[in-house]
Unconditional design. Structure first.
Length: 146
């Protein structure tokens, strides 16, 4: 009788530990986001996973864009745009995401991706992480980019 009771207790303890670990993961206040950046000297992409806070002050998408503009953490990966590029504005209306980037995007430096490639990958990253975005209206230094 003692062996059966002990087995039940062990199973209950393991199940409770499993439930606690899942609950702490779900309510940790972080959400998983993926990033892709070009690799130096290659046509391939480096993929990164970052855990960003849930419900940040500036909003989920704006925080993601800020992180994307900061560049990669992977050693051989290139940033999408030149250093110093900032997010001037970011808001969504009727499933259209309006993003304004600073004019620093226009400074093409060898360490960063080419501007056109950077824009394509920038939009691809956003669409992959935010399925509710139907269209992206990108502005650089206040001027609409087609």
């Amino acid at each position: 009788m003692k062996k059966i009771g002990l087995r039940h207790i062990i199973v209950i303890i393991l199940f409770a530990a499993f439930c606690c670990s899942i609950a702490s993961y779900m309510f940790s206040g972080k959400q998983r986001r993926t990033f892709s950046f070009p690799i130096i000297g290659s046509d391939e992409l480096a993929y990164e996973v970052r855990y960003l806070p849930r419900h940040p002050v500036q909003g989920d998408i704006c925080l993601y864009i800020d992180e994307l503009l900061l560049g990669p953490q992977t050693q051989r990966a290139r940033p999408l745009f030149s250093e110093g590029t900032k997010n001037d504005f970011c808001f969504m209306r009727d499933k259209i995401l309006y993003i304004g980037l600073s004019k620093d995007v226009l400074y093409e430096i060898p360490e960063a991706a080419r501007i056109k490639d950077g824009i394509v990958l920038f939009e691809k990253n956003i669409r992959k992480n935010f399925r509710g975005v139907k269209e992206i209206a990108l502005f650089i230094d206040g001027k609409y980019v087609e």
